[in-house]
Ligand binder design. Structure first.
Ligand code: UDP
Ligand code: MG
Length: 313
């Protein structure tokens, strides 16, 4: 099978038939062998009924239904597990992503050898204040921390080679950073394609302004994990040692001063250096301990793949 389309959705009943028709049209005129995997992320409207009836008339349609709303990342993860095509394409269900981009995305992955092609909604049809501006800032921060030169990390329309989606684990709210996850897993031929974008036709967005707060926190996490996730001691140990020695230097100074220079001067405990020394040494020790705890945690995570093998003889 050439293509798997993975489509996460939450309460998108109005869009599904139209989306399916549009995809089927593009697929047939390009003669693709394909599957459409609708992942119903706990919809409370008629979405699942529609997916069921679509699957009765079209054998390319498959469905996965979640017990409750677990989030877009989880939905993508489930779709990635099930996908059998050589190329996996993800898209939103709300008709904002254009299925006509699919053939070119497919070519870029199969012919040009990209691991991932990420869509870039160069001209966006979302509200300027609520989305376009914060998203510029957000993408800038993501570029800075990840080193990936993408304009639109969170675009729902992306294409992957099959082995890429099998190697990455999208959890929490990390769907915003799939290219970064892929890069950290060793897939770094990541390209970008300008894609057409439409205004939402039915329903409304499922992510409020909180996406930006959560998004930035996740960015900090992912940056940290990719840099120090395999060796937390390298960060915490270094910081801890520095802090501790700053504290120790102040203590030494106070001691020498009291014993040999200013014997009748102020009490050590009434001097500001005393408090600096005390806090710095305590923080230093804490940081060092955090490093040790991190290392212990890593060593206890036994069955968690931390590398991907591509060949074995
Ligand atoms: N979605 C989902 N689970 C959620 C939230 C959203 O599967 O918890 C789906 C949603 O139905 C849509 C896609 O993710 O197909 C993108 O969501 P939305 O269009 O609301 O995001 P926006 O375009 O506003 O960024
Ligand atoms: Mg949308």
């Amino acid at each position: 099978m050439q293509l798997s389309l993975v489509i996460p959705l939450l309460n998108e009943a109005e869009s599904l038939n139209e989306l399916h028709g549009w995809i089927a049209e593009v697929m047939q005129s390009n003669r693709f062998s394909y599957e459409i995997i609708f992942v119903d992320d706990g919809s409370t409207d008629a979405s699942w009924d529609i997916i069921q009836s679509l699957s009765k008339t079209d054998t390319n349609v498959k469905g996965i239904r979640f017990l409750k709303n677990f989030g877009k990342s989880q939905a993508l993860n489930a779709g990635f597990h099930a996908a059998q095509g050589d190329v996996i394409i993800t898209m939103d269900a709300d008709l904002q992503d254009n299925p006509e981009e699919i053939p070119e995305l497919y070519q870029l992955v199969t012919k040009e050898g990209f691991d991932i092609i990420s869509g870039w909604k160069k001209k966006r049809y979302d509200s300027v204040l609520a989305k376009n501006l914060p998203s510029k800032l957000f993408n800038w921060a993501a570029r800075r921390t990840s080193g990936l030169k993408l304009h639109d990390f969170n675009c729902g329309l992306k294409a992957y080679r099959n082995d890429v989606v099998k190697a990455i684990d999208v959890s929490g709210d990390m769907h915003r950073y799939i290219p970064v996850l892929a890069k950290n897993a060793g897939y770094d031929k990541i390209g970008e394609k300008v894609v057409k974008h439409q205004a939402r036709k039915y329903g409304k967005t499922k992510f409020g302004m909180s996406r930006f707060i959560v998004g930035f926190l996740d960015l900090a996490t992912i940056w940290f994990i990719s840099k120090f996730g395999k060796a937390p001691m390298h960060l915490f140990g270094a910081l801890g040692v520095v802090m501790f020695f700053i504290g120790f230097a102040f203590a030494l100074y106070l001691g020498v001063d009291k014993l040999f220079i200013n014997k009748t001067g102020r009490l050590i405990t009434s001097r500001p250096q005393f408090y600096i020394s005390l806090t710095a040494m305590i923080i230093g020790t804490q940081l060092f301990l955090a490093g040790f705890l991190g290392e212990i945690l890593i060593r206890n995570r036994k069955n968690d793949a931390r590398y991907t093998i591509i060949d074995q003889i």
